[in-house]
Design a protein around this ligand. Structure first.
Ligand SMILES: Nc1ncnc2c1ncn2[C@@H]1O[C@H](COP(=O)(O)OP(=O)(O)O)[C@@H](O)[C@H]1O
Ligand SMILES: O=c1ccn([C@@H]2O[C@H](COP(=O)(O)OP(=O)(O)O)[C@@H](O)[C@H]2O)c(=O)[nH]1
Ligand SMILES: [Mg+2]
Length: 226
């Protein structure tokens, strides 16, 4: 990738796509709220492609020769938000690749998971990439999230699934990411779901609320022959 000051989020003044060309639903919630788990379910039923900002950053961190690798590594461990230009460029690249790979028939539906985690990212993404349709927000107590993350940490291999990093991530979530949810909420652009029950129960609620917003699952039509 080019130097940070040359990335699209810094240089572009209008969005790459309109909201009618490309549908983006942001998926937010505290660390361990179940964003990734619910996204997987939505992918199979609705035809969304799932882009996790955290996964894209971890991939870039491990890419040989990345000029941002070390910075990403230390930010993730400390639970700090990576400068938005890098994350937005990774998302933009992944969206372009996906659109190209899927071809014209695909409706261009994206779930963008764990992003935007800071107001500047929210504004820059909507200004330079595409305005989002709405934000799916998973509401979960810190006690529940902490338990889930410590359990995930037993097998995830993630540098930030330990108690010290978790506490830092909770603080950043409250101080930096909740303002994003609150701003979207004030614009009536948030779909809020309680994330404390089983994955299946949470998902039922997600589906009901998507229906209210006019987002329907893929229906397979059986064509009668002969
Ligand atoms: N509703 C749920 N009830 C119990 N455990 C859950 C639930 N949703 C997710 N988990 C588990 O909690 C951990 C965090 O979930 P994940 O989807 O990775 O959250 P996030 O992406 O928000 O950090 C994972 O180990 C996952 O299997
Ligand atoms: O837009 C983003 C998304 C993630 N991160 C970094 O990546 C970490 C892990 O994010 P992820 O969404 O994977 O964590 P989760 O909430 O799923 O546990 C965060 O704590 C941040 O350090 C970031 O800087 N910007
Ligand atoms: Mg996740």
């Amino acid at each position: 990738m080019p130097a940070i000051e040359k990335l699209g989020a810094t240089t572009r003044t209008s969005p790459l796509w309109s909201a009618s060309e490309v549908t983006v639903i942001f998926v937010l919630g505290g660390p361990g709220a179940g964003k990734g788990t619910q996204c997987q379910k939505l992918v199979s039923d609705y035809g969304f492609k799932h882009l996790s900002a955290g996964d894209l950053l971890r991939e870039e961190q491990d890419r040989p020769g990345s000029e941002f690798g070390e910075m990403i590594k230390s930010n993730i461990k400390e639970g700090i938000i990576v400068p938005m230009e890098v994350t937005i460029q990774l998302l933009e690249n992944a969206m372009k690749a996906q659109i190209e790979a899927e071809g014209e028939a695909w409706k261009k539906l994206f779930l963008i998971d764990g992003f935007p985690r800071k107001l500047d990212q929210a504004h820059a993404f909507e200004r330079t990439v595409v305005p989002s349709k709405f934000t799916l927000f998973f509401d979960c107590s810190e006690a529940v999230m902490e338990k889930r993350l410590l359990q995930r940490g037993e097998t995830s291999g993630r540098s930030d699934d330990n108690l010290e990093s978790i506490k830092k991530r909770f603080r950043v979530f409250v101080e930096t990411s909740m303002p994003v949810v609150n701003e979207f909420e004030s614009q009536n652009r948030v779909v809020k779901v309680s994330a404390e029950r089983s994955p299946e129960e949470v998902y039922r609620d997600v589906q009901a609320k998507f229906r209210e917003r006019g987002v329907e699952p893929i229906t397979i039509k059986f064509v009668k022959t002969a």
